[in-house]
Design a protein around this ligand. Structure first.
Ligand SMILES: [Zn+2]
Ligand SMILES: [Zn+2]
Length: 376
């Protein structure tokens, strides 16, 4: 049961291998190394890896490390890109996990304007647009998903080629790039229905969390710079939200479980308490009548804000932490009308219930009752 699948690491970079995290195998620099600013390298003997089976037919796979600068928008632009751009500009629901849809036009125009000067941001926007279109048009999802993956890969290599650190001139573009990437990865992760059940999901989700931590680090480091840009009002709102004090007691039972867990050290418990605190802020927002702009933000932010110890416990599939994840699945369930979420909450709860077995029923009762009853 505890046997680790080495298959998963095939084609991964050396850095990810060293850190025992799942690598996406992207070349020349993998995504995790991009987001955490680590030096990425691959074993020199390894044959070049395809990104995924669905990409195998692509001619655009021939992106080589030296090609980065010849991949400007001008060279690659076509009507497919125009469709994606039109979609970005016309569909408000694309970014509905962020802040208020009312802010959307101004945010978007900032991103589009910056994207003209920072092609990695433009490609990232187009990639996410393709990802959304894949959801909207299931019959053409293979086409759009392929487009999404190709554009995202191009965005990442342009980003790596341009990267010299964050400064006043690029901080908005860098934040835009990394947060759109974060939204894209979360949408992908929540849409996964891995035959490996919980094992498979945890592996995808912890990779997503690692990546989001990279985004958080970038945002934190660039914070003083960002506060002097046009994003200041939006970012302040978002920071006010995540630093709110929890109000409700929806997480009472999971808090009790964590407090009384014999197998968790004090540091582990602190990490869990912090994760619970953010979850409660999420429940407060989702269940409050008057909440407008931040209702679903914690679905995204939670993945970014949970402390590293928490991810470690999750990867180890500690039962208490899986119960905590079941509470997050309830938060997802409340957001099931969002395109990125859908039935992910019910799915995740299901694989947790199956994994933990009946002796954990008492602790899972709260999220379980609500997900089955569909109260919202
Ligand atoms: Zn890697
Ligand atoms: Zn790497």
């Amino acid at each position: 049961m505890l046997r680790r699948s080495h298959k998963k690491f095939r084609g991964g970079c050396l850095e990810c291998k060293r850190r025992h995290v799942k690598c996406d195998g992207r070349r020349p620099v993998c995504l995790l190394c991009t987001m955490s600013e680590r030096d990425c390298s691959y074993p020199s003997q390894a044959p070049p890896e395809k990104l995924s089976p669905s990409d195998s037919s692509s001619q655009e796979q021939s992106i080589s490390p030296g090609d980065n600068h010849s991949q400007g928008l001008d060279e690659a632009i076509n009507l497919n890109h125009m469709e994606l751009l039109v979609h970005v500009a016309s569909d408000k629901s694309m970014f509905n996990l962020g802040h208020s849809p009312n802010d959307y036009p101004s945010d978007l125009f900032i991103a589009l304007k910056k994207g003209l000067k920072a092609p990695y941001l433009m490609y990232m926007l187009l990639a996410f647009s393709a990802r959304h279109l894949a959801f909207l048009h299931p019959q053409q999802s293979a086409f759009y998903l392929h487009q999404a993956m190709t554009l995202q890969t191009r965005a990442v290599s342009l980003f790596n080629a341009a990267w010299t650190g964050v400064d006043q001139s690029n901080c908005v573009a860098v934040l835009g790039f990394s947060s759109i990437l974060g939204h894209h990865l979360l949408a992908d992760t929540l849409a996964k229905r891995d035959p490996g059940g919980l094992e498979g999901f945890i592996s995808h989700y912890t990779q997503c969390v690692e990546m989001h931590r990279g985004i958080h680090t970038i945002a934190t480091n660039a914070w003083p710079l960002l506060m002097a840009t046009e994003l200041q009002p939006i970012l302040s709102l978002s920071a006010d939200f995540t630093s709110r004090a929890p109000r409700g007691n929806h997480c009472q039972r999971i808090r009790e479980l964590v407090d009384t867990a014999n197998g968790l050290g004090e540091e582990d418990k602190e990490a869990c308490r912090l994760a619970i605190q953010y979850l409660q802020v999420g429940f407060d927002a989702v269940l409050a009548e008057e909440e407008q702009s931040n209702r679903y933000q914690m679905i995204f932010s939670w993945t970014m804000l949970v402390p590293p110890e928490f991810t470690r416990l999750l990867a180890a599939k500690r039962p208490e932490v899986l119960v905590l994840l079941a509470y997050y699945s309830l938060l997802l369930h409340y957001g099931r009308n969002l395109w990125q979420v859908g039935d992910a909450g019910a799915y995740i709860l299901g694989i947790i219930v199956d994994y933990l077995g009946p002796e954990w029923d008492h602790w899972l009762e709260y999220p379980r009752e609500r997900i089955t009853r569909k109260p919202l």
